[in-house]
Structures are given as C-alpha cells and as structure tokens.
Design a protein around this ligand. Structure first.
Ligand code: NAD
Length: 321
C-alpha cells in the first residue's frame, strides 16, 4: 500500500504509517502545489490514497490521474477544497479532522477580538513608527470586552469553545445562529439561538464559525453589513468566502462597521484591493489552528483514517454523509 502526502505532516502521523507498513511519498513543494504540480506527482505511481491540505483542490481532473485511490484524507476541519459530489460518485472514502483545532481556533478568535477592542495592533504599529511622543489621554481609545453582546454565526465545535471563553471570562451575553440547536452551550452559558437578522442587528462583536458551503457563501455582504451596528466588530476565522471581501472593504472604509479581524481571505493568499490599507482591520495568515498540539492531533487523525480505510475498508471521520 502506497500513499501520496501533498506536503509534510508531523512525524507522529508518519510513524503510524510506518507501523502499519503503508509507504508514502511526500510532495517536495515550497508553497501550496498547483493542480499541474499535483497531477505530475500523482502520475508517478498508482497510489492507494492521498493526504491533502486545504490548499489542494481535489476534483475530477485530479481524480482521473489516480484511478486506484480509496481514500482522500484531508488534513483540515474544513473540506471545501474537495469536490464531494465527484468523490461520492466514484465511491472514494473521504475524511477530515473534526475537533482537532477547536481550542486553538477559539483562542485565536478571542485574541483577534481583544486586539480590536484594545487597539493593540494599532498601538504596536504606532510605537514602531516612532510616532509615540508621550502619554496622551486621548490616544488610541479602545472599548471594553466586558458587557459586549457576542453574535456567533455557526456554533459547532469552534463556536462552542468561543462561547465558553467569552461567557466564563467576560460574562458575555452569547447569541448564536445555527441550523442546529446547541443545547450544551445553551445550558453552559445561557446562549440564545436567534434568527440571523437579529444577530446582525444586536451583536457588538460578530464571529463567523460556519463551514464554506453554497448556503454560507457571501453570508456577509453589503446588505447584511448595512444592518450591523456602526460600532460592531466582525471576526472571521472560518473561511474567506463566507464574506464578500469587496463589500467588507467598502463597509470598513465608509465606517458602516467599526472594525474587522480576518484569519482567512476570499481569494487566499491574495487580499482584496484596499484591505491592507485600512487601519481598522487586523489580518493574520490563516494561522488560527497553527499550534503543535493541534497539528499533531490532526496528523494522528488524518493517518488513522488512511489506515482504517486501507486495512479495514472503513472511514472513521467521513465527510460524506
Ligand atoms: P463544526 O462542523 O463543528 O461547526 C459548524 C457549525 O456550522 C455547525 O454547528 C453547523 O450546524 C453550522 N452550519 C452549517 N451550515 C450552516 C448554515 N448554512 N447556517 C448556519 N449554521 C450552519 O465545525 P467547526 O469545527 O466549528 O469549524 C467551523 C469552520 O471553521 C470549519 O468548517 C472550517 O472551515 C473553519 N476552520 C478554520 C480554521 C483556521 O485555521 N482558521 C481551523 C479549523 C476550522
């Protein structure tokens, strides 16, 4: 049995492959491989499976060059890079790594919220640029986290952790919108399930935690932005396509909302024109889950799915429902 891993995964995963006598080739790419790169690599051998990353688009063209594939194991919670219908049609088992990065992403989300409310990144830029000439009572006046109404759009694994940190740490009132009622978080934090329009209208900080699906694409657009409070902050650690980035840039420029913090971008790694010029925006390079703990757990789960499919014909964390 032989698999292709598009880029290096932590050793803990490679060790499990070795123990199970599954050999592997690892793509030697310095940056995310293009479709052409992937096709060239996959043509070299008759692989039984592929470990993919969120930057690898797996579609008909890719699958055509590896007819023996039994498993696509995605090293990620999100799986919008995979053509699920095509994989289903071909009977290829497909997995993700649910729950592996919830704590990391939730902590990063709260860090972004606090960086906006405290104006921390603006302060850092101000000092480094040599503009700091002495204490000033009106300099970079921030806003409290305490007492803010938090609106979560999507309250699954990550949304739940965000709700817990904010409710326990700041006593925040949590409102959430989801297609599934989250009884656990309602009991634990008194969170309330609301219509999405009500979240947009009432929340002081809106944080996105939905997968990228046709139903969530451009959920944040010029119309929904215009219904938010002008004092509201928007945080996105889910997927860039949930926001119409051009509309967000316009809203931030025109002070329709107060600020935003983004870990993910609509056309990653490209930024929408004007985004990096705005001072009321914090940008991080899709690093919310970048922790050794999360990466090791992801490697373990991704490989366990490969082993289970190749040895027993069963996928553990199927994304095909
Ligand atoms: P999850 O599946 O546990 O939660 C997603 C929630 O969204 C679920 O409760 C689901 O019911 C809800 N949902 C689905 N469609 C919806 C819709 N149309 N409207 C409202 N709610 C809807 O996933 P999670 O672990 O919380 O992760 C959420 C997303 O975060 C992932 O899909 C992934 O794209 C992203 N993510 C980003 C990073 C990062 O590094 N920035 C890391 C991990 C995950």
């Amino acid at each position: 049995m032989h698999i292709f891993i598009t880029r290096k995964i932590p050793d803990v995963g490679l060790k499990i492959l070795d123990e199970n006598n599954i050999s592997y080739d690892i793509g030697n790419f310095k940056k995310p491989p293009t479709k052409k790169d992937l096709i060239k690599s996959l043509k070299k051998k008759n692989y039984d499976g592929i470990i993919t990353f969120l930057t690898d688009t797996i579609d008909k063209e890719i699958l055509d060059v590896c007819p023996n594939i039994k498993i696509i194991a995605n090293f990620s919670v999100g799986f919008n890079n995979l053509d699920i219908e095509e994989l289903k049609k071909r009977g290829i088992m497909t997995s993700n790594t649910p729950g592996t990065s919830s704590i990391a992403v939730a902590e990063h989300t709260v860090a972004l919220m606090m960086s906006l409310t405290t104006r921390l990144v603006e302060g850092d830029r101000f000092v480094r640029s040599g503009k700091y000439k002495g204490w000033d009572p009106e300099l970079l006046v921030g806003t409290d986290m305490k007492g803010k109404i938090i609106g979560l759009i999507g309250c699954g694994e990550i949304g739940t952790e965000v709700a817990k940190i904010l409710n326990k740490g700041f006593g925040s009132k949590i409102l959430y919108y989801d297609i599934v009622k989250n009884n656990k978080i309602e009991e634990e934090t008194k969170a309330e399930l609301k219509e999405i329009d009500e979240i947009f209208k009432t929340a002081d900080i809106i944080s996105l935690h939905v997968p990228l699906l046709p139903s969530t694409t451009h959920l944040i657009n010029k119309d929904t932005l215009s219904t938010m409070k002008s004092s509201a902050f928007l945080i996105n650690t889910s997927r860039g396509g949930v926001i119409n980035e051009k509309d967000l840039v316009n809203a931030l420029k025109n002070k329709i909302i107060r600020g935003a913090a983004l870990d993910v971008f609509e056309y990653e790694p490209k930024l929408c024109s004007g985004l990096n010029k705005l001072s009321n925006v914090i940008l991080t390079p899709h690093i919310a889950s970048s922790r050794a703990s999360a990466r090791n757990q992801m490697a373990e789960i991704v490989v366990k799915n490969v082993v289970s499919v190749l040895k027993e014909g069963k996928v553990i964390n199927s994304v095909i429902k």
